[in-house]
Design a protein around this ligand. Sequence first.
Ligand code: HEM
Length: 322
Amino acid sequence: MPSMHAALKGTPLTSVFEKRMGSFPRRARELIQNRRASTAVTASSTREDLLSQILQTKEKHPELVDERVMHGYATTPLLAGADTVTIGLTSIVYFVGRHRAVANKLRTELDNCGLEMPPRWSAVYKLPYLDAVIRESFRCHPIGAMLSRRGVPEGRVLTLPDGRVLPTGTAVAVSGWATHFDKGVYGADALEFRPERWLKGEGEDEDDYDERLRRMNKADLTWGHGDRACMGKNIARCEMYKLMATLYSTFDVSLYRDHCCSMVGPLTMLTGTTRASRSRVEDPRDCSRQAGGCRGHALVTPRQEYREVGTSELMDEDATDD
Ligand code: HEM
């Protein structure tokens, strides 16, 4: 909404957000400096991760990537990939915690697929029920639902179904909160959390299922669509599928109180989730005393022996595009 943007620009409200945003470039600078320092100490770095690739890109293509551009590359994943993944994981735990039958089914799938720990991407991304649970959680709680804004291109107008005409340059966003609950696409029970909708129904014809899935995929704005779709989708999926498979294989997870996780819609990204998820609360009962109230606590009890693993064990060469 251009008028709202103009009205808010330069106000104390926006300066609060700008101040918070400033911490991301600062953190990126720190990470770069630390990595350079540790690489200098060991003479060469054997660590292969996103940051090492960003540093290597600057070495390989100095004509394209200078210090400023490289700094931008390092800031983007922090900005785009921290709250999004945190909110995604929180919503999965929330929905599974609220639906015992789903939790049981998920556990049965994980118990019977012979996962090694930590699991590899190649083993988890094809688990049908885990995939359905994650997709359904994102449908019911779209994370970047208003990020997909586009401009009406030069020399064109956009005519809305109700006949209104938007001129060139108008910023347009489609809300995931509208498309994800569209009963015409997701069925009469679109408001319910039901992972099974992503799977082929019993007795459902193969072609009907393909068509239903095609329509659901089209309306699914979790990652956006087209040229500006999420660049970190594969990293995010890899993180989340592996983490959720590990969590539910290893622990019994229940919500501390049924109403403990509050869903605050699109504003979650701007408000308390990050603060709550980053703050360390030893006793979940303390969470109600945090500023902004509790944004969700789950109690975890081990179901099997587990061990802590280091970062190197979590590296996963299998994790390529599917
Ligand atoms: C659950 C996790 C995530 C969700 C739901 C998510 C969702 C989105 C959405 C909806 C967009 C806008 C797409 C559009 O305009 O059509 C976007 C853009 C973007 N995302 Fe993500 N994202 C996630 C994680 C990440 C991660 C981990 C990274 C990086 C490591 C990342 C990097 C980006 C970048 C760079 C863009 C801008 C792409 C462009 O404008 O060309 N995202 N994301």
